[in-house]
Design a protein around this ligand. Structure first.
Ligand code: HPA
Length: 279
């Protein structure tokens, strides 16, 4: 297990040895979206394997390194790639980097993910701002806060009705409007993966009120909110969810990575715009 204070502290110490920067803004970049970190200047890059306790990304499309530097005049720390539950990590290992970012002083977290579009109005290449989530693994007993609570970090019982920061969402909407980007808003459903959904599962998820579906983000958001961070998250819609059996198409990882090329510039515009407005 990697959920003791000591483990976070040695990861924090390792990162602090490599940079004097004290970022307050954290970025988590999902599948095919790591290119967002290319815009960070004055950078220090730390491969995950050099940080004690840090889970490595084993998935193609996740670079597996921390990029620390400047974006829009703000010191930021970006995870270029993340670990997922389906890679065999515990849910505490998956969320370990968020606790480390918190201990480094990060108080505002922007997360991105690749997701399937359940909402029939979404097409590949679109961006959706999360205003809520359904954490399926959490509903069935895989909540990252299960276990001993560290009261120094956050409360035993965490309210989740104010999860995606209202002010940050307003800023994101404002940026999208002024830059001509269509920004959907909706509910993200987190599944464990690694299989993509069957048509029957997609119909169920739509009935449940989901607009986008993916394999990450919700556990990290829970741990960030537990530590009191402000959270904003965006899904890059990489594919339309399939609702009918015997469709000629099937969802695949290549299509997910391909759509990232269109999504990265849109997400970058939104992210940079929000950072500018935070200044
Ligand atoms: N389902 C789950 N996760 C995903 C999808 C999807 O359709 N697309 C990208 N990540």
């Amino acid at each position: 297990m990697t959920d003791s204070h000591a483990d976070y502290s040695s990861a924090v110490a390792t990162i602090r040895q490599k940079t004097d920067s004290r970022p307050k803004i954290g970025l988590v970049l999902g599948s095919g979206l790591g290119g967002l970190a290319d815009h960070i200047t004055d950078r220090v890059v730390i491969p995950y394997e050099e940080i004690p306790g840090w889970p490595r990304s084993t998935v193609h499309g996740h670079q597996g390194q921390l990029v620390i530097g400047q974006l829009e005049g703000q010191p930021v720390i970006a995870q270029q790639g993340r670990a997922h539950f389906y890679e065999g990590y515990t849910i505490q290992q998956v969320t370990f980097p968020i606790r480390v970012m918190h201990q480094l002083g990060v108080d505002t977290l922007f997360l991105t993910n690749a997701a399937g579009g359940l909402n029939e109005n979404f097409t590949a290449g679109d961006v959706m701002l999360l205003n809520d989530h359904i954490n399926m693994p959490g509903l069935t007993g895989l909540n990252p806060l299960i276990g001993r609570n560290d009261d120094d970090i956050g409360p035993r019982f965490l309210g989740m009705s104010q999860t995606y920061d209202r002010d940050l969402r307003e800023l994101a909407r404002d940026v999208a409007l002024s830059s001509g980007i269509t920004l959907h808003e909706g509910v993200y459903i987190c599944l464990s993966g690694p299989t993509f959904e069957t048509p029957a599962e997609n119909r169920l998820l739509r009935l449940l009120g989901g607009d986008a579906v993916g394999m990450s983000t919700a556990p990290e958001v829970i741990v960030a909110r537990h530590a009191g961070m402000r959270v904003m998250a965006c899904s890059g819609i990489t594919n339309k969810s399939i609702f009918e059996i015997d469709s000629d198409f099937d969802t695949n990882h290549e299509e997910v990575l391909e759509a990232g090329h269109v999504i990265v510039p849109r997400l970058m515009t939104i992210l940079k715009g929000v950072l500018r407005r935070l200044n």
